[in-house]
Design a protein around this ligand. Structure first.
Ligand code: URA
Length: 244
């Protein structure tokens, strides 16, 4: 059960104040009857709520897979840049956020949801959720780099040591510009770029392909998104149910 004004505000009908105003103006009906009290209790999934004749179904959680385009920020609001949440046009919840962050110039898989518990478990350092990235690197990536990544690297700055856990580095092509795939289990700030910096190399393009059981749908071009399938949702929820 939830108050009518909260129900409508959660579904993006306006702020609590705006919604109260609409209710008092008689724009809202519950089970076909116009109501004027913002505090009446609604049974989500049972009562039929309409705003100006438009049915307002209640959705508790939403889960979107986004192929983040370069140039967008992994935030919910930003005064300058387009955020990853701005890209989700059909959202019904107004409390969506990205699960973790990708740099502004990074592309690829980002889960956008309002499920805080799920986000927490996917990001928990104790769960060691695999993140796989595809990257292009200036210069030749070598077997020696593969070995160094496999041992973990010091990505600390200003003489302060900061060791990463081992990462699995796979060379796809080693040329003036190399192509690699890297799987890591942490999410330190700029981690992939700093790991390559630690071996004297520069990332020129970075894209996340996988996060735990979730694999970026190859049909999604940068900027495109879709809801998670039942199967994908089951997979990510499974991470939550695993004991860490
Ligand atoms: N590592 C980075 O350096 N940047 C990202 O966006 C993600 C991982």
């Amino acid at each position: 059960m939830i108050r009518l004004d909260k129900y409508l505000a959660d579904m993006g009908a306006g702020t609590r104040q705006e919604v109260k105003h609409k209710i008092r103006k008689g724009l809202v009906s519950v089970n076909g009857e116009t109501v004027r009290s913002p505090d009446i209790k609604i049974r989500q999934g049972e009562d039929a709520v309409s705003l100006e004749g438009k049915s307002m179904e209640y959705v508790t959680y939403e889960y979107y897979m986004l192929n983040k385009p370069a140039g967008t920020v992994s935030a919910t609001e930003d005064p300058r840049d387009l955020t990853v949440v701005d890209l989700i046009l059909e959202k019904r919840r107004k409390d969506l956020f990205p699960v973790g962050r990708l740099d502004k110039d990074t592309e690829g898989l980002l889960l956008i949801t309002n499920d805080g518990a799920l986000s927490h478990s996917l990001l928990s350092p104790r769960r060691h959720v695999d993140k796989t990235y595809y990257a292009r690197i200036r210069g030749r990536v070598t077997k020696e780099d593969v070995r160094a990544f496999g041992e973990g690297l010091d990505i600390g700055e200003n003489g302060r040591e900061e060791r990463t856990m081992p990462g699995v580095l796979e060379i796809i092509a080693s040329n003036e510009e190399s192509e690699i795939r890297l799987t890591i289990q942490e999410g330190k700030y700029h981690q992939v770029k700093r790991m390559f910096q630690a071996v004297g190399k520069e990332v020129t393009y970075l894209k996340r392909e996988r996060m735990g059981p979730l694999v970026l749908d190859p049909k999604l071009h940068p900027g495109e998104y879709r809801e998670l399938t039942e199967e994908e949702l089951k997979g990510v929820k499974n991470v939550k149910n695993q004991h860490a």
